[in-house]
Design a protein around this ligand. Structure first.
Ligand code: A5P
Length: 223
């Protein structure tokens, strides 16, 4: 059921972007099982746009598998649209991302994009962020230092064992954080030496959320 809803959210985003595409359009494309549905649907629109910037190696491979050209972010200008999933979202478009470990490249592509469309099923729509442990990408030599910082602010950090990001770094998953002021927390956490990226997307959150539930897909304009 969850998979059907992920597909429904992805299809709603495809309908949203279809009229906006032209032969010069380069899309930002996210990572994860919901984004995979989006990529599979995008294959049918292959000739309506120029290509895509991928937020992970896995997404790059899936795009190429569908014959969609993958472009280097450095070779293109600002992207008009970025479509990606999330682990949690609020109605104002604040997100937790990084369950799949692609948070740094996702944050880069989100920053490079004029509009960020987030696709989720209804289990991920929350009133307040933080039930999902916050993924944090860390430079390996700083893992203990960064873990102590997160413990010091009330979190329970756990290294994601055996996981290496596309950037060659590690992930700490931090539970039990008080993210009442998530935007301020994002800014503080990303100042800690050794933190490459924290999985809060508030400074640059989603502009629109497509949330699939039992009654269909709700389109939330985050304002
Ligand atoms: C990838 O690192 C994440 O940010 C994903 O966007 C997030 O984990 C959602 O994944 P699913 O669509 O697989 O639930």
């Amino acid at each position: 059921m969850s998979d059907d809803r992920k597909r429904a959210a992805a299809e709603a985003a495809l309908e949203r972007i279809r009229p906006l595409l032209d032969s010069n359009t380069v899309l930002g494309v996210g990572t994860g099982s919901t984004a995979d549905h989006f990529i599979d649907g995008l294959a049918k629109l292959r000739h309506a746009f120029d290509g895509a910037v991928a937020s992970s190696r896995a997404t790059e491979e899936r795009l190429r598998g569908h014959g969609i050209p993958v472009l280097d972010l450095n070779a293109v200008g600002p992207l008009p649209l970025y479509v990606d999933g999330a682990d949690e979202t609020t109605r104002e478009g604040f997100l937790i991302k990084g369950g799949g470990g692609a948070l740094t490249r996702e944050k880069i592509v989100a920053e490079a994009s004029e509009r960020f469309l987030c696709i989720v099923d209804e289990r991920k729509l929350v009133g307040r962020l933080g039930a999902f442990p916050l993924p944090v990408e860390v430079v390996p030599m700083a893992r203990s230092l960064v873990a102590r910082w997160f413990a010091g602010v009330g979190g329970l950090p756990e290294p994601r064992e055996g996981f290496v990001t596309d950037n060659g770094f590690g992930i700490l998953d931090v539970a039990e954080l008080d993210l009442t002021d998530a935007a301020a927390f994002e800014a503080r956490a990303e100042q800690v030496p050794g933190v490459l990226t924290c999985g809060l997307f508030c400074r640059r959150g989603a502009d629109e959320v497509f949330c699939a539930g039992p009654g269909g897909v709700e389109h939330i304009d985050c304002g």
